[in-house]
Design a protein around this ligand. Structure first.
Ligand SMILES: [Zn+2]
Length: 248
């Protein structure tokens, strides 16, 4: 391995990890006949230690099952759901916790959908690992800081306050993203693209992850040192107050 340190923790790497996980990209046997395309061009890989290899913990399958079935994602995600996700669920029926089954109607056609209870800590971990892996790939160094994952996937009817906060943050970043003027990258755009913002005055940077042209996840990479955090605290509090102060 060229770089032999782990993309996350810097300890000795013993495998290469796909970023995002390879299983998100459809296998040729499942799609070739239908779309006449392949979706595994130039996949990104980073060196990883035992602990930070998601494949070993089955978290990558968990992520794939949750992303593929979302209403609003594209046709390739749907193909993934009826092929690979079905196989995974046969093998491991308890991988997702189904609250209820339902049918949605779009232009007079009925589509079966599942209401899933998502394990947000598992998904948060996966998104953080993708952000850290992309950072390592982009800059050739480990990101030393905290990650904050913001996605509407985590909205829940039983937590209206939390959901409102997530929506606000998400919408705020979404409107900022229009002005980033940085490159949107990804060799298989129907499956996954990503875009880094520039680093701002608070030493923060956001990476936008777009899965199946329909599910956007933002990961804020907070690179502030402890010293900076203390120094900037009054300012960050003011800013938070301006944006989120009138939550009620
Ligand atoms: Zn590691």
């Amino acid at each position: 391995m060229k770089n032999s340190i782990c993309y996350w923790c810097g300890s000795k790497a013993n495998s290469m990890e796909h970023v995002p996980p390879k299983c998100l990209f459809p296998e040729e046997k499942d799609v070739k006949e239908i779309t006449r395309k392949t979706y595994r061009d130039n996949l990104i890989r980073v060196p990883s230690c035992e602990e930070h290899n998601l494949k070993k913990s089955n978290l990558d399958e968990y992520l794939m099952v949750h992303l593929s079935g979302r209403v609003g994602n594209n046709f390739v995600a749907y193909l993934n759901t009826v092929t690979k996700v079905s196989r995974i669920r046969l093998r491991n029926p308890r991988i997702i916790n189904i609250e209820k089954t339902d049918v949605v109607r779009i232009r007079n056609k009925e589509f079966p959908v599942l209401w899933i209870n998502a394990d947000t800590s598992k998904l948060t971990y996966s998104f953080e690992s993708i952000a850290r892996g992309l950072y390592f790939n982009e800059y050739g160094s480990i990101f030393n800081g905290n990650c904050l994952v913001i996605t509407k996937l985590f909205k829940h009817p039983n937590d209206p306050e939390g959901s409102k906060f997530i929506s606000r943050s998400f919408n705020l970043i979404e409107s900022e993203q229009k002005h980033w003027k940085t490159e949107i990258k990804g060799s298989n755009p129907e499956i996954f693209t990503y875009q880094f913002s520039k680093v701002d005055g608070f030493n923060c940077q956001t990476v936008a992850l777009n899965f199946y042209s329909g599910t956007m996840v933002y990961v804020v990479l907070n690179g502030m040192t402890e010293e900076q955090k203390v120094k900037l605290e009054p300012y960050t509090n003011t800013i938070t107050g301006i944006f989120f102060g009138d939550m009620d």
